[in-house]
Design a protein around this ligand. Sequence first.
Ligand SMILES: NC(=O)c1ccc[n+]([C@@H]2O[C@H](COP(=O)([O-])OP(=O)(O)OC[C@H]3O[C@@H](n4cnc5c(N)ncnc54)[C@H](O)[C@@H]3O)[C@@H](O)[C@H]2O)c1
Length: 359
Amino acid sequence: MSSNTQDAGTAVAVIGVGRMGKHHARTYKQMPGADLKAVVDFDIERARAVADEYGCTAYGTVDEMLEAHPEVSAVTVAVPTQYHRATAEPLLKRKIACMIEKPLAATVADAKALVDCAAEHNAVLQVGHTERFNPALRAAEALRFNARFMQVERVSPMTFRSMDVGVVMDMMIHDLDIVLMLADSPIKTVDAAGVAVLGEHEDVANARIVFENGCVANITASRLALNTERRLRVFSESGYINLNYQTRDGIVVHTDGENREALAKVRAQLAKGVDLSDLKYLDMVKVEKLSFDLPAGEEDQLTAEQNNFLSAAKHGGTPAVDGHAGFAAVDAAQRVVRAIKEHTWEGMEGSALLLNSAD
Ligand SMILES: NC(=O)c1ccc[n+]([C@@H]2O[C@H](COP(=O)([O-])OP(=O)(O)OC[C@H]3O[C@@H](n4cnc5c(N)ncnc54)[C@H](O)[C@@H]3O)[C@@H](O)[C@H]2O)c1
């Protein structure tokens, strides 16, 4: 991922200023590279409140905003996911760069239509998978390990938000995007199980994804947990990474250098039948902190994401999380949801008992 710093104010707007869009407006307002012109929301009172706070103009529709501000060349689309396509397509057709909040779309067909539209009109399309800009992940990514096995947990207590989608499209999609990036290979098989407890969509899910190159990802997501945990473990021949998305730190154990020597010694002793039961494994392993020099001003993930977006919008480059990545995450999420529906438990008539099969 390249670090991109913006030099002059790109005229921007935010469409949909609910929970997430408000953060986009605040962050653009603070960025020297952005000139926040307007916010748009069907709920005009909400738009006015945000516009007043961040010193820009409020509009109830995108058309009104564009008529008043034809100079706007980049927007964040943070309306509910089901409206992403209808909102973003007309903007992409006008070559306005769009950062669309994650997930890219509610369906694979809509996600593909957005990718195709951006390509046809040569418009920049970025997807708001903000976790990609987590410094711990950036540090892990910079190590360039070949991921062979990944263990992922993203669990938290119920917030009663995003109840219109299941935990796979709401939370697991962050991790699907990341494991797809780290595995760097097409998906071969998906096996999954999940349960819907409070509504018609799954609240807890586990997926085992096998990639064409043999890499395996085991991902658990729950919005019914008693505490919050967001963790990624990567196993590779180059070493082991364990990172915490919440605390934005982690550790790495390299398999070369001191660790290689220590392991070789142990292997030789075990081969000779030496009793090593007194050996303290944790004293033997050299553990290092994951570290990454963040570009100045990119401590905040959303700021880093917007820097990346505005740089692509201004210079016409490809953002770190482009439409293809957003499409792949939606496609993978839909495969997981399908696998959950196909999963059966002995003594039950399939997971349809737990999940409403009508959706
Ligand atoms: N990156 C993340 O971690 C993250 C976190 C939360 C939500 N999201 C995503 O952000 C998007 C928005 O979610 P939210 O929780 O902020 O929703 P929200 O319901 O809080 O806000 C959506 C806003 O959009 C407005 N709106 C709806 N349709 C509109 C339209 N066609 N034109 C203009 N305004 C419209 C609504 O009035 C509302 O104010 C979703 O795609 C969601 O998945 C991403």
